[in-house]
Design a protein around this ligand. Structure first.
Ligand code: CLR
Length: 452
């Protein structure tokens, strides 16, 4: 058995790939189609072609550009230097540091690689399924590398729908359910066999040289056929170079993905930048284990380019060290990032999905982020008008809050989500209670608050 160069994957383990295993010829990355490799039970021709057709469909009808970002230089440091230790949402900032998307739209971007979940839902082995789920969780960071702009903080009661049933198989809805601290609830249903939901609040802090952003909350994913129910949470994003130089973002920390039905689990580690030399930064590694903690797959890659999995066929303890050495088959590519659209660097580094999210659309609810006037003005490059409009909206929001506090009612109640305790985690969070898509069908939005 021939051994290739051992790879020092992480502080915890080393992988060695063997080349003469029959599986390795099948699973090379040249077998992958646009969006990544395919599971064993996949009809490669048919499904691949269907995917390509869908890609064309999804690119075809939607916009591929937005107005270029104006070049109004303003020093971030001069704006936030007196806010040391503060929460990001409490630092008043002009729209110059925003991107023309709300946090609700930004959360919806987690679905950019939803096809990984379609693939996962077709896997017969739950361990293989977990590999795709892990690749999906890492893929939600793929657009963050150059995105150092701040999404708009949604107004209380703001919503964002994304109906991609026709081309991507899912429908997604977000609602801002709390203003202090800002919290959003999100629900996605796909007719390709899965549902995903989450409630997220963001804990951020300005440290001087950097800003750290920690999204809090659990993501739930359930496959309809098997009932497999996964949960995980997010890593910490750090925005560097606040004082001097070009802003850049790093992702670091662990994501623990658990399948509560089978008790399989996977710990994904996002290595902070300084761990490794320049060319292997943004590195992600992980091991997929069954309920007995036996390791089955090694995952490796980067959060801004690709993730591979390799089946483990043997393991040993490295001499002297505490590291485990995993002997694996050749890796197969699970996920590969799409290239950014042409001219992305002048359009806030938006991905092709991001470019379409704020496109005006008929029939959306009256609280939808697409209808938020300051964001629309900002997208058009009219930044001073946008700032004035933002102030008006926020002032009106404060007035509504004061009225609520003076009144008899017990505060704000979300329209489309309700508090529920999760059976597996015991946590209480806002979960979709239904009704939005039904209201949309008959255009009855009379229950919606007026927020814009
Ligand atoms: C202008 C400077 C000071 C602040 C910019 C902060 C920006 C970069 C921060 C604020 C909130 C952050 C987001 C919070 C939550 C998520 C969801 C996750 O699934 C992918 C990363 C993502 C999308 C983060 C990306 C980085 C982010 C957009």
């Amino acid at each position: 058995m021939e051994l290739f160069h051992p790879m020092d994957d992480s502080p915890a383990f080393i992988t060695m790939m063997t080349s003469d295993h029959p599986q390795s010829r099948l699973s090379g990355s040249n077998h992958s189609v646009a969006n990544g490799a395919l599971p064993n039970n996949w009809n490669q021709e048919g499904q691949g072609q269907r995917r390509l057709k869908e890609l064309h469909l999804r690119e075809g009808r939607r916009r591929r550009q937005i107005p270029e970002k104006p070049n109004h230089a303003l020093s971030l440091w001069s704006v936030i230097k007196n806010c040391l230790g503060k929460e990001l949402s409490k630092i008043p900032m002009p729209v110059n540091f925003n991107e023309p998307l709300s946090m609700l739209q930004r959360l919806t971007e987690d679905l950019e690689y939803s096809e990984l979940l379609d693939t996962a839902s077709a896997c017969r082995s739950s361990l293989e399924q977990l590999c795709y789920v892990a690749a999906f969780s890492a893929s939600s960071y793929s657009t963050t590398a150059h995105r150092t702009t701040k999404p708009f903080n949604p107004l209380l009661g703001e919503t964002y729908e994304l109906d991609r049933l026709e081309d991507c198989g899912y429908r997604s809805l977000c609602e801002q359910v709390s203003h202090h601290p800002p919290a959003a609830a999100h629900h996605v249903w796909s007719h390709r066999g899965w549902s995903l939901w989450q409630e997220i609040t963001i804990d951020s802090k300005f440290h001087g040289k950097c800003v750290s952003v920690r999204p809090l909350g659990t993501i739930h994913l359930q496959f309809h056929a098997s009932g497999n129910h996964y949960t995980w949470s997010k890593v910490t994003s750090t925005v560097h170079n606040i004082i001097l130089g070009k802003l850049w973002i790093d992702q670091s920390g662990d994501i623990e993905i658990v399948n509560h039905v089978t008790k399989d689990s996977c710990r994904l580690t996002f290595c902070p930048y300084s761990y490794f030399s320049r060319d292997v930064s943004r590195k992600v590694t992980g091991v997929v284990m069954d309920s007995e903690n036996t390791a089955h797959f090694v995952l490796s890659g980067t959060w801004d380019d690709k993730i591979e999995s390799a089946r483990i066929i043997g393991s040993s303890q490295a001499t002297g060290g505490q590291k485990t050495v995993y002997q694996t088959e050749s890796p197969r590519q699970l996920w590969k990032k799409y290239p950014l659209p042409e001219n992305a660097e002048n359009m806030y580094f938006f991905s092709s999905l991001a470019l379409t999210l704020n496109e005006p659309e008929e029939g959306v609810g009256p609280t939808d982020s697409r209808l938020r006037p300051d964001q629309r003005l900002m997208e058009a490059g009219l930044w001073s008008e946008a700032s004035a409009e933002k102030q008006r909206l926020e002032e009106e929001q404060r007035e509504r809050r004061k009225r609520r506090e003076a009144g008899v009612d017990d505060g704000h109640r979300p329209l489309w989500f309700e508090r529920r305790t999760d059976h597996f985690t015991g946590e209480s969070s806002f979960v979709y209670k239904g009704g939005y898509w039904e209201a949309k069908e008959c255009q009855d939005w009379s229950m919606c608050p007026e927020i814009f």
